[in-house]
Design a protein around this ligand. Structure first.
Ligand SMILES: Cc1cc2nc3c(=O)[nH]c(=O)nc-3n(C[C@H](O)[C@H](O)[C@H](O)COP(=O)(O)OP(=O)(O)OC[C@H]3O[C@@H](n4cnc5c(N)ncnc54)[C@H](O)[C@@H]3O)c2cc1C
Ligand SMILES: *[C@@H]1O[C@H](CO)[C@@H](O)[C@H](O)[C@H]1NC(C)=O
Ligand SMILES: *[C@@H]1O[C@H](CO)[C@@H](O)[C@H](O)[C@H]1NC(C)=O
Length: 664
């Protein structure tokens, strides 16, 4: 440790005060006591390598690093200290004052907003990882200062591709919650506004950068968001005036030949927080194993997906994505880096598996089970129904009911039946029905065909015209690359909601058919239907977790929703939005009280019960303990009901205003 004379430091600060100068450039004391400008050649990133049990060497922000920089009197270094009160290591109080009802997180323009100098110091400590937000659409606005016709054309051409958004620090794939204030446009006028984009992001490559961001946001009472790919359907990975922790570049995938815990002994994969589904599947395929992930290539596996539970083509066999988790490395709200597993920080381990993203800390890596390769048989097809199609609407619904009736039976076989029903936007109208696909694990094609023969016979007898494209494949990777759809994202003016329907509904045919009638009516009223027939039951030997208890007996996961025409505003806009929450979902709640939080309605009343089921109270208790001042907040995250966004409409959260506390 370097000893620096305190009087010298006081002298320097005093000199500024005497001259009445606001210090604009940060300073640091050299070994000889001279005052230097703090810049990348005089301030090293605030990190030191440490060997962490079960993790290996990690670059960490430590007490020793902070003490050194304090001894060198680096400007504003006290803004980066750990929360000792919560860590329980000393009596030192955190700088963050805590929040009372009515208080808001500090917002750009507030007196308490960090000075330019503080941001400069922050950037230096992170090794130059701080990014000031430029909205992705800004290159399309002639008056934005960053207008660039070629870049704009690229943004416009790739807008529906998730990779465009995932590689941008702040772009989100549901622009609705961003406020749609800087949509890319072709040659029109208008002004690109920040809307709910965060003010700054930190491009994370190492754990110490996460720790600095967490400490800085907490000590300065800033709004904090965690942003990985931006897939979130509820606006959870954005927020006006926030500091955003951008985890997308944590791409390590490590093969662990033998992972041992009380409940598991076998191969595993350690995934950086930024690993995406396609990257995981490719790595697993190369290693000759199967990993559990979602259906779309771009979703962040170790980010929001596993945190929120995660359903998978393998869910019928292995349960939820979060059921595969063996160990989680996380930076807590107090700034400390810990590992949570079956034997360490067990409450946290329970909560992080299904308790939702952006709530308990920032996950930096996750270790998951690797399963053996397995075969699948199934089919995909697409058909149309309507006055101008090969199938009549009547036959279409008859066929749908016949299919729905078999859901519990197929779920028992480990099925993954993924299909979508969309209205046909033709003058005559009608529907499209596409399977992406319908498949069962561990079956030959002959076995699969025998399993579904009764349904196909019924369909044929009804006169349904359909052409199955059958397959039998030796690995998930082969099916997934050939039979799953490419994701298309970033539609504007689109809102979704969902329900989980338990198998018990099927016990009473009258009640069951009443549910079918209701779903049919809602589709007839204009909703899309994205449906999954599967049962992610908890498999024997999997430790109990916070994943939504409603998943466990569900056999039908239905996503519904609707869009509206550009320019819809006022009462009309309120009405479309209210219809989704207070009419469509309300009508289905009697059969499906639960819903999937990762693909749910951001306005779901009583979201704690719907998205977390019987786990909600325990999750609230853990949230209080780990994050007593709600450093982490996201709409519908555990504890979210204690805060609100100022100025948002009653029918939709937008994330555009200040985040303020409304209750304890
Ligand atoms: C096209 C598409 C397909 C999808 N397919 C599936 C599917 O097959 N199965 C399924 O279960 N879901 C699916 N989803 C939903 C998906 O699981 C969620 O959108 C999920 O939240 C995405 O996580 P992300 O990290 O990629 O996204 P982000 O929007 O970046 O983050 C989502 C949430 O997780 C938090 N978060 C992200 N990283 C971290 C971290 N390291 N630590 C703490 N919090 C973090 C964020 O703060 C935010 O609250 C799909 C979504 C889309 C748009
Ligand atoms: C950083 O500050 C030092 C000391 O004041 C100065 O000599 C050097 O030129 C600066 N370097 C840069 C890159 O600005
Ligand atoms: C202490 O901080 C100074 C200034 O950033 C740096 O040059 C030095 O390497 C640090 N020493 C230790 C032991 O971390």
């Amino acid at each position: 440790m370097v000893a620096v004379s305190l009087s010298r430091a006081l002298l320097v600060a005093g000199a500024f005060a005497r001259l009445g100068l606001a210090q604009t450039e940060p300073t640091i004391l050299a070994e000889d006591g001279s005052v230097l400008t703090a810049n990348e050649s005089t301030v090293a990133p605030a990190a030191e390598p440490e060997v962490v049990e079960d993790v290996g060497e990690v670059l960490l922000l430590t007490d020793a690093v902070l003490a050194n920089l304090t001894a060198h009197d680096l400007s504003d270094i006290d803004l980066f200290t750990f929360d000792e009160e919560v860590a329980g290591t000393s009596a030192k109080r955190s700088l963050g004052r805590g929040f009372k009802v009515g208080d808001c997180k500090v917002f750009p323009g507030d007196r308490a907003w960090p000075s330019r100098l503080s941001w400069t110091v922050f950037d230096l400590l992170t090794g130059g990882a701080l990014i000031e937000t430029v909205p992705i659409g800004a290159v399309c606005y002639p008056n934005s200062g960053v207008y660039n016709a070629a870049k704009c054309q690229n943004v416009l051409a790739n807008w529906a591709q998730s990779s465009l958004h995932a590689s941008d620090p702040t772009s989100v794939m549901s622009p609705l919650y961003q406020g749609e204030t800087c949509m890319p446009q072709n040659g029109q006028s208008g002004t690109c506004e920040m809307g709910s984009f965060p003010s700054y992001s930190v491009k994370i490559r190492n754990v110490y950068q996460v720790q600095l961001a967490v400490n800085f946001a907490r000590n300065q009472n800033l709004r904090l968001v965690v942003h990985n790919t931006g897939h979130d359907f509820l606006g959870k990975s954005t927020g006006a005036g926030a500091l955003s922790i951008w985890t997308h570049n944590l791409k390590d995938i490590q093969h662990i030949k033998s992972f041992r815990s009380a409940s598991y002994n076998g191969p595993a994969l350690r995934l950086g927080a930024g690993v995406q589904v396609g990257e995981l599947y490719a790595a697993a395929n190369k290693l000759g194993v199967t990993a559990v992930g979602g259906e779309c290539a771009g979703v962040g596996v170790a980010g929001g997906y596993l945190a929120g539970g995660g359903h998978s083509p393998l869910s019928g066999k292995y349960g939820l994505g979060s059921d595969q988790v063996l160990s989680i490395d996380v930076v807590l709200p107090n700034g400390r880096f810990v590992t949570a597993s079956e034997s360490k920080n067990t409450d946290l381990f329970w909560a992080l598996r299904g308790g939702g993203g952006g709530t308990f800390g920032v996950v930096t890596s996750i270790t998951v089970k690797a399963h053996p390769k397995q075969k699948f048989a199934g089919f995909s097809w697409s058909l149309a129904a309507g006055p101008e199609s090969e199938n009549s609407i009547a036959v279409f619904w008859q066929a749908m009911y016949a299919y729905w009736r078999k859901f519990p039976q197929y779920a028992a076989k480990g099925v993954y039946g993924y299909s979508t029903i969309f209205p046909l936007f033709t003058a005559a109208g009608g529907y499209s029905w596409t399977f992406h696909p319908f498949m069962m694990p561990d079956m030959t094609l002959a076995q699969f065909k025998a399993e579904i023969k009764p349904l196909l016979d019924e369909w044929t007898a009804m006169g349904l015209v359909f052409t199955p494209n059958y397959f039998e494949k030796n690995s998930l990777h082969e099916v997934w690359t050939q039979y799953f759809p490419a994701e298309s994202v970033a539609n504007s003016n689109l809102r979704t909601a969902s329900r989980l329907f338990p198998a018990s509904v099927w016990n009473n045919p009258t009640n069951r058919d009443a549910l079918f009638d209701e779903v049919r009516a809602i589709v007839e009223e204009g909703s899309a239907l994205i449906q999954y027939n599967m049962n992610p039951r908890q498999t024997p030997g999997t430790p109990n977790s916070a994943a939504n208890s409603h998943w466990r007996d569900s056999v039908w996961f239905a996503i519904m929703g609707s869009g509206w025409a550009p320019g819809t505003a006022g009462a009309e806009l309120a009405a479309v939005n209210n219809k989704i929450t207070h009419n469509w979902m309300a009508r289905l709640r009697a059969w499906g009280p639960g819903a999937y939080g990762n693909e749910g309605d951001v306005m779901e009343p009583n979201f704690g019960q719907a998205f977390f089921g019987t786990n909600y109270q325990r999750l609230l208790n853990i949230k209080r303990e780990v994050d007593p001042n709600d450093l982490f907040w996201a709409p519908t995250a555990v504890g979210a009901e204690r805060w609100t966004i100022q100025g948002q409409p009653s029918y939709l959260t937008t994330q555009v205003g200040k985040l303020c506390k409304i209750s304890n």
